[in-house]
Design a protein around this ligand. Sequence first.
Ligand code: NDP
Ligand code: MG
Length: 393
Amino acid sequence: SVLRKVAVLGATGSIGGSTLDVIARHPERFRASVLTAHSNVAELAELCARHQPDLAVIADPALEGELARRLAASGVRCEIASGHDAITAAASGTLCDTVVAAIVGAAGLDSTLAAARTGKRLLLANKESIVMAGPLLLEALAAGGGELIPVDSEHNAIFQCLPGGRPELARSGVRRLILTASGGPFRGRTRAELAGVTPEQACKHPNWVMGRKISVDSATLMNKGLEVIEAHHLFGAPAEAIEVLVHPQSLVHSLVDYVDGSVLAQLGNPDMRTAIAHALAWPERISAGVPALDLASCAPLAFEQPDLATFRCLALAFQALRAGGDAPAILNAANEVAVEAFLAGGLPFLAIADLVESVLTELPAEPVVDLQSLNERDRTAREAARRILRNLC
Ligand code: NDP
Ligand code: MG
C-alpha cells in the first residue's frame, strides 16, 4: 500500500495524541507530515522531534519564533508557519493527502472545509464544524470528491454498521440510528444536585479522558446533542429517526435499527484509537494498540433513557435541529461561550442550558446561505451570549 501523508490538526490535543500513537504503530503506511497546535508550543516541538513532519504550524503568530528556537535546539528540520490561515492552507496543501480534523470548536471550521474542498480523506473529529456548517461541508465534500470518515466514536460505529458505510439510509432500509451516551459524570443526579458542580468535577469523565470543552459537553449532554446534529448531516437522517440511549459502560458505541428488526451495533473498549485506526485504514483494518474486548468479565450491559428534563442541552439540540437553517450554528456558538464561562468559573453549570436557550430564542433560525453569512451569525450569537452573560453576573 502507498504511504499516506497525514496532517494532524490539533496534534497537541487528546484526539491528536491518539492519532499520532496509531500512526507511529504503522510507519510503513502512514507518516505525520503536518502537525498543528494553538499555543502549546513546547508539546508541539516535542511532537515534531518524535514524528519529524514536513511542516509545523502554530495558530498563535506570537509563538512562531519560540517554535523555531525550540525546533532548532533539538535539531528538527521542518518548515514552520503560524496563524489561522496557515492551518487552513496546510489542510488543503500538497504536503498531505489525509487530514485529521481534531481542532476543538468553531476554530476548526475553515481547515475542515478546506480539506473537504481539496478532496482529501477527511477524518472528522471536530464535530462543531459539521454542526455549524453541515450543508456547506457536504457541498465542499461533493465538490472536492474526497471522502469523510467519522472519528467521533458513535458516528464511526454507525458508519461501520451501514452497508459500505454509505449514507443512503432510505434505500438501505434503516429505521433508526441509535446513538449511545455514557451519561457523563453526573448521570442520575437531580437538578438540585447539579447546582454547585465545579469544572473539575465536570471534566472527570467516567470512561474517557478528553479535552476540557468536550468533557463539559459530555457532562451537560450537549455533546450528545451536537452528535445528533452531526448524525443528521453525515447520514441524512431526519430528527425523528435519531434516538439517544444512555449506556454508562461505553462499550456499545452506537447501533443501527433496520426495518426488518435487525439491530447492528459496534462494540469495543472505550479507546478513541479504535475509531481513528478504522478511519485511517478504511476499508482495510489495522491494529490500534487496543486490547481485545473481554465481554465475559464485563458487568451486564446496561441501557436507560436519557433524562431530558435535567440535561436540557440535549433537548435544546433536538429543538435546533428541528428549527433547521442556522439554528445549530447558533446553538453551537452560544454553547462555546457558555462552556468557556463555566470553565472560567463565571457561570453555574445549570445556567449553560439557560444561556443557550436564551440565545436560540433571541436569534430565530435563518437559512444557511454561504460561509460569510454563517460566520456573521456565529459572531452575532457569541455577542448575544456574552451580553446575556454580563447581565447575569
Ligand atoms: P483538546 O482540547 O484535547 O485539543 C484541542 C486541540 O485543538 C489542541 O491541539 C489545541 O492546541 C487545538 N486548538 C485549540 N484551539 C485552537 C485554535 N483556535 N486554533 C487552532 N488550534 C486550536 O480537544 P480534544 O482532542 O478532546 O477534541 C478535539 C475535537 O475532537 C473536538 O471537536 C471534540 O469534540 C472532538 N472529539 C473528541 C473526542 C475525545 O475523545 N477527545 C471524542 C470525539 C470527538 P493547543 O494544545 O495548543 O491548545
Ligand atoms: Mg462521541
